[in-house]
Design a protein around this ligand. Structure first.
Ligand code: MF3
Ligand code: CO
Length: 252
């Protein structure tokens, strides 16, 4: 069942989204060779708690950390760890913030120091595909319009869209209906109506789209060992168009 949000409720989710967006910008400033994802995770938890917010991922179905920190060939749900990041790594930080009972969810990919041209292209295409998907998140369109826009951009640039993880409705719960695939046929699927709030969160692989799970039963990585990137926003469908609740401003 899709839970429709009132304009008031969307305002509340936007508060959570603003905290999350500002936090991503701070993380962008501290990521450099030598820092560990465990340090980033502790920074995130302190940042949120000190603002009266909560890192919703921590304890969610037993997930042990505030952030998912997915490095290089890790697609998603990477565990923060005490290993130093190295020049040339790429890293996606995914977080869900609870504030005043409402949630926002956003992942962002970062390069560590100087990264290769290939890695840069993967980040650029993935981020562009997110915004192309968001453009389709308008009243009257269907979910397939979002997935199709993302898939076309990704595949025409020689990359692939991960199938095993999808976007989702979000509100007071992290995962609500509907599921939001990042691939598919235009004109198909659930019709978008005012008051729906969803995440769009394409995971894009440099090689094949297949994944395998680590022994920790959480972390998904590419089967061919090639790079993977992810960008995610929480979006409200409004009569004035898509409203990005986790917008970082200039960061496009
Ligand atoms: N933030 C993720 C999403 O985009 C969910 C993370 S799973 C968790 O749906 F266990 F880490 F919370
Ligand atoms: Co997320």
């Amino acid at each position: 069942m899709i839970i429709i949000k009132t304009p008031d409720e969307i305002e509340k989710m936007k508060k959570a989204g603003e905290i999350l967006a500002n936090l991503h910008k701070e993380i962008g400033k501290i990521i450099k060779p030598g820092i560990t994802t465990m340090e980033i995770d502790r920074y995130v938890e302190d940042y949120l708690i000190s603002r009266g917010a909560y890192p919703e991922q921590k304890g969610y179905h037993g997930y042990p950390y505030a952030t998912c920190a997915s490095i290089n060939d890790e697609i998603c749900h990477g565990f923060p760890r005490e290993e130093k990041l190295r020049e040339g790594d790429i890293l996606a930080i995914d977080m869900v913030v609870r504030f005043d009972g409402w949630l926002a969810d956003s992942a962002w990919s970062y390069g560590v120091g100087e990264i290769s041209e290939d890695a840069k292209k993967l980040l650029d295409i993935t981020r562009q595909s997110l915004y192309l998907g968001i453009e389709q998140a308008v009243v009257g369109n269907r979910l397939g319009d979002i997935g199709n826009a993302i898939q076309k951009h990704v595949e025409s640039n020689g990359f692939s869209v991960v199938r095993d993880f999808v976007g989702h409705g979000i509100g007071k719960d992290m995962h609500e209906d509907p599921q939001v695939p990042h691939y598919g046929k235009a004109g198909r699927g659930v019709r978008l109506v005012e008051g729906m709030v969803i995440t769009i969160e394409p995971m894009v692989n440099a090689g094949v789209y297949n994944m395998k799970l680590d022994d920790n039963k959480w972390t998904a990585r590419t089967t061919d060992g090639k790079l993977s990137a992810q960008y995610e926003h929480t979006i409200a469908i409004t009569k004035d168009g898509p409203l990005i609740l986790t917008d970082q401003g200039e960061e496009r």
